[in-house]
Design a protein around this ligand. Structure first.
Ligand code: F0G
Length: 464
């Protein structure tokens, strides 16, 4: 690429087209009302640009689609499995590789075996399905972020790191009798898609060795993390992204991956480990609930596509485009005066809705206001990551808010072009006009668990 040209053009051209349609504002207002002001309840045909998640929403390449035709659907020992196993062994250095239908299936199997009442898991930040699978066994999940990383404004090269002092304190306190595992989430999804440094991963390894505790890497965005390491950490400039990822994965005792992210597929997951005895126990669980050990919950063609995706994701042009295009959206929003979590992470831009709408009380869900307005104005779908998702109630039924009121704009891989992103940016000009808004929403229905998926809301009587 000529160094003088600044525009970052997508390193692919489009061969197959999926139409999307823009509706009228009146149509979207009605659709949102019918969906109880919860975008999870919208039908996707009514969405123009879908930034709900980067999980399973990417576009596969021509090689992956060609590979689908080569899928071997044999129940046992399929050719597609042998190929996937080899690619994953080369990436992880781990001998035992289990296919699963998605990330949380791998979590349920591993944490189901390691967890149980009185067991403790320590992590930079547990993703919500990770926490749910751990807590379901009766165990406790503790997030150990450095205090300075909790400030949304501070620029840190590796804001996803685990706090090593806090980790050592917990390890010393609970010891290997209580601590089931340390889980390093790479990149750290719940803290803004921020990267974890190799130095941090090495230090975690050293502490795990000292205290005799297992180290798990939850690495569904391991390639995106490798990009940040090469850009920001000394000593990695001459290494390939694949080698950087491998170096980090070799530090772990086990690796869990939702392949719906950096596996570049619409469905799939992996559970890998070094220990044979543990792998035998995991395979038993796999066979009971997912499928035989050479397909997990996957079709042969899914495994074929994943094997190819796991190689394509390390292409330097792809990774540069991927990380820079997320940053493009985040940096332009910041220039407009939209408060974003800084610096911009790998797969998503996070907006601080409390700062954006300072007059909306937290118990009227400022994040949900932004989510709904983005849909009303531009047909854009995204998700609140604040009190709507994590809020709890005290004994008087008063909301205990989440620590932050964020909104996540997650970018699907290889799906939207720069003009789609420019469209999103323009919609934010209209959002800025709403900054003095004083009221939000109230919940009219909510289930007992994971309420954000199915809750229904209405505009707060104070306005809305
Ligand atoms: N771990 C992390 C760090 C994740 O981000 C996810 C999924 C999982 C595990 C679970 O994987 O969905 O394949 O079962 N994250 C998605 C998201 C859902 O939108 O961030 P899964």
């Amino acid at each position: 690429m000529d160094e003088k040209i600044k525009t970052l053009a997508e390193p692919f051209r489009i061969k197959m087209v999926e139409p999307i349609r823009m509706t009228t504002r009146a149509y979207r207002e009605e659709a949102l009302l019918q969906a109880g002001y919860n975008p999870f309840l919208l039908v996707s045909d009514d969405v123009f640009i879908d930034l709900l998640t980067d999980s399973g929403t990417g576009a596969m390449s021509q090689s992956q689609w060609a590979g689908m035709m080569m899928g071997d659907e044999s129940y046992a020992g399929a050719r597609s499995w042998i190929k996937l196993e080899q690619v994953v062994r080369e990436l992880t250095g781990m001998p035992h590789v289990l296919p699963t239908h998605q990330g949380r299936a791998a979590e349920r199997i591993l944490y189901g075996l390691l967890g149980g009442t009185d067991r403790i898991f320590l992590s930079n930040t547990h993703f919500d399905t990770t926490r749910a699978n751990i807590e379901f066994t009766g165990a406790t999940a503790l997030d150990l972020m450095p205090e300075e990383a909790l400030d949304p404004e501070t620029w840190m090269p590796f804001k996803g790191n685990i706090d090593l002092d806090k980790l050592e304190t917990q390890l010393a306190h609970y010891g290997s009798e209580r601590v089931a595992a340390v889980i390093l989430t790479v990149t750290n999804n719940s803290s803004g898609g921020q990267p974890v440094s190799m130095a941090n991963a090495r230090a975690v390894r050293a502490l795990c060795d000292r205290y005799g505790v297992m180290m798990v890497i939850d690495g569904c965005r391991i390639a995106e993390n490798a990009y940040f390491i090469r850009m920001r950490e000394d000593g990695f400039q001459d290494k390939s992204y694949h080698d950087i990822a491998r170096e980090m994965l070799e530090l772990g005792d086990a690796f869990i991956m939702s392949a719906k992210k950096d596996g570049m597929v619409n469905m799939g997951g992996l559970l890998c480990m070094k220990d044979k005895e543990l792998s035998v126990k995991c395979i038993n669980q796999l066979i009971i609930s997912e499928g035989f050990a050479t397909y997990g919950g996957l079709s042969g063609r899914d495994m074929e596509a994943m094997a190819i995706g796991l190689q394509e994701v390390f292409d330097p042009d792809y990774l540069h485009y991927r990380i820079r295009s997320t940053a493009y959206l985040g940096e332009k929003l910041r220039e407009k005066g939209i408060p974003v979590i800084w610096p911009i992470g790998g797969h998503a831009v996070y907006i601080d809705a409390k700062k954006l709408f300072p007059a909306i009380p937290v118990d009227q869900y400022p994040g949900q206001v932004l989510v709904c307005e983005l849909y009303k104005i531009g047909g854009i779908r995204c998700v609140e990551v604040g009190s709507m998702m994590f809020g709890k109630y005290d004994e008087q039924g008063k909301l205990i808010p989440a620590s932050q009121e964020l909104v996540r704009l997650a970018i699907p891989r290889r799906v939207y072009t720069q003009s789609h992103i420019d469209f999103v940016l323009e919609v934010f000009d209209f959002i800025l006009e709403l900054r003095d808004r004083k009221s939000g929403y109230r919940i009219t229905y909510e289930p007992a668990f994971l309420r954000h998926f199915t809750a229904r809301l209405e505009p707060h009587p104070g306005g809305g």
